[in-house]
Design a protein around this ligand. Sequence first.
Ligand SMILES: O=C(CO)[C@H](O)[C@H](O)COP(=O)(O)O
Length: 217
Amino acid sequence: MSQQRLKIEVARAALKYVEDGMTLGVGTGSTVNAFIDELASSGVRLEAAVSSSEETTQRLEKIGVRVIDLNQTGDLELYIDGADEVDEHKRLIKGGGGALTREKIIAAASRKFVCIVDASKCVGVLGEFPLPIEVIPMARAMVSRKLVGMGGRPELREGFTTDNGNLILDVRNLDLVDPVRVENEINQIPGVVTCGLFAKRGADVVLVATENGIESR
Ligand SMILES: O=C(CO)[C@H](O)[C@H](O)COP(=O)(O)O
């Protein structure tokens, strides 16, 4: 099965968590785009959505979903998003699409986070995928030095600015055997807006599309 087909299958599986009248948190990326396409043809009528990126907002509005600001609503019942890596404890690396800050905010505001991935995203230990970190521009060099001090190899994502006007450092070579500790440590560096580790607040449910069907973790 093609990777795109797997994304469509897992996107469809996520629909069973979505109910009429919900205000839904919606992430960013190609798997989420497949989810939005499936939502469009599902007949489900959302009350509204809270979106994690400009791209997702445009796609949601195109299918007739009203997108509201998180400040206009209380906690969300459900958040649907993809990930770049998932471990067996449902801890994640996110931010490949650069939307990690809004994604982390919406995850924190949601009672249930359903993460949708294909099997290629599942790993034993996080860290094969370079860890995205959103950084305030004036702190770029200083944060990079601190990350080097932690054993990392940061690289500026060239030509990319986040929806919040910041930069992304993609960091290789960090030891992520204890991702909660590393998430805490990186969050302490002044100038770091968000670290792409979703370890303290990982997913509640991970739906994995495999060649043999959907696995729920
Ligand atoms: O964190 C993300 C965006 O910031 C995405 O969830 C992640 O990059 C996965 O994207 P895709 O579904 O395209 O593989």
